[in-house]
Design a protein around this ligand. Structure first.
Ligand code: ADP
Ligand code: TRP
Length: 324
């Protein structure tokens, strides 16, 4: 059995890009029987950006509901909220004290965020050590991440090796798994779908809003209905192809090429595909939002399991550092 671990920040309701690019691939990996999976909501990391307690809580609920609605198996996966296991904050301190400031200064993601954000706090700077603590606390062997997180994994291995070298083998060195599914899901404007670009598709929104979003915001050229159209340059077709069966995609492709089929038709089909394909997920998502206690219970059970592992690691570390 391999221990797989990954975390997701709770910075808002996940969009179609997050779901197809990160959530579903991670769930598929987590649900494999040979894996012992730890999946968590990185709400302590979110504090680097979100300072409103209500928003922080609401985000956690929305993210948890998304994972549960998209098929996370709560029986086999340890699904928890990072802040329920504060042991990671203690371990992060120990790691911080063993990692050179000059190395941390080289983090790309800090530089990127420091250039964009107004609130450039110290938490943002030491973010990679909290992430390393998340990983090392649970003896994770494999960590699925996007490309932007690879450097953080290198730092995790680096700090773990430094401490293993100094104190003996206290940490398991993790390997990253680069999410193969790094296909970029396009947003309504054809660019990478992203919260910060305001081009997202929210599959959990009301039908009316999803339709409005598709009709108003997906950019098309202005060729008239009767003219043949190029499917490969059309965001609406690219999105449809990601969701629909091969047969349906081929039919839309043929229709666009043949002419006599307008963008409005394609958008209508895309809307219907989203509603049909994600019907069960939408229902479950709403169920969880309306029953937050059920989500709490799942996270509570997850935290109990996570804490057992966390306490064992932490006492090993404390002992080696002289804090027992
Ligand atoms: P956003 O860009 O909306 O802020 P995040 O950076 O929080 O999204 O991404 C969370 C996860 O979702 C990451 O693993 C990221 O790789 C994945 N992801 C985000 N947008 C896309 C996209 N358009 N296509 C594929 N994966 C994506
Ligand atoms: N930093 C990751 C991100 O922004 C989230 C995260 C926090 C994480 N702790 C982690 C991912 C531990 C993997 C393992 O996507």
């Amino acid at each position: 059995m391999s221990r797989i671990l990954t975390g997701v920040q709770s910075t808002g309701r996940p969009h179609l890009g997050n779901i197809l690019g990160a959530i579903i691939p991670a769930i598929e990996l987590a649900n494999k029987r040979q894996n012992d999976s730890f999946l968590f909501i990185a709400d302590l990391h979110s504090l680097t950006q979100v300072k409103d307690s209500k928003e922080l809580k609401e985000n956690t609920l929305q993210v948890a509901a998304t994972w549960l609605a998209c098929g996370l198996n709560k029986e086999t996966t340890t699904f928890y909220r990072q802040s329920d296991v504060p042991q990671c904050a203690e371990l992060a301190w120990y790691l911080n004290c063993h990692f050179p400031y000059q190395r941390l200064k080289l983090a790309h993601s800090f530089k990127d965020k420091a250039d964009r954000l107004e609130d450039v706090n110290s938490g943002l700077f030491s973010y990679p050590m909290l992430m390393a603590a998340d990983i090392l606390l649970y003896d994770a062997e494999y960590v699925p991440v996007g490309k932007d997180q690879l450097q953080h994994l290198e730092m995790t291995k680096d700090v773990a090796s430094r401490m293993n070298h100094k104190y003996g083998e206290i940490f398991t060195l993790p390997e990253s798994i680069l999410q193969k599914n790094t296909q970029l899901i396009p947003g309504t404007d054809g660019q990478k779908m992203s919260k910060s670009r305001n081009n997202t598709i929210d599959i959990f929104d009301t039908e009316k809003n999803i339709k409005k979003n598709i009709n108003r915001n997906i950019i098309t050229d202005n060729s008239p209905l009767e003219k043949p159209k190029d499917p490969n340059n059309a965001t609406v077709f690219k999105l449809f192809k990601l969701l629909a069966s091969e047969k349906k995609s081929k039919a839309m492709e043929d229709n666009l090429i043949a002419g006599g089929y307008g963008w409005g038709h394609a958008k209508k089909e895309l809307f219907e595909e989203i509603i049909q394909k994600y019907g069960p997920q939408r229902e479950k998502f709403n169920h969880f939002l309306n029953n937050p206690n059920e989500v709490e219970e799942v996270l509570h059970q997850g935290a109990i399991k996570a804490k057992k592992v966390a306490n064992a690691t932490l006492s090993r570390v404390r002992k080696n550092l002289g804090y027992n």
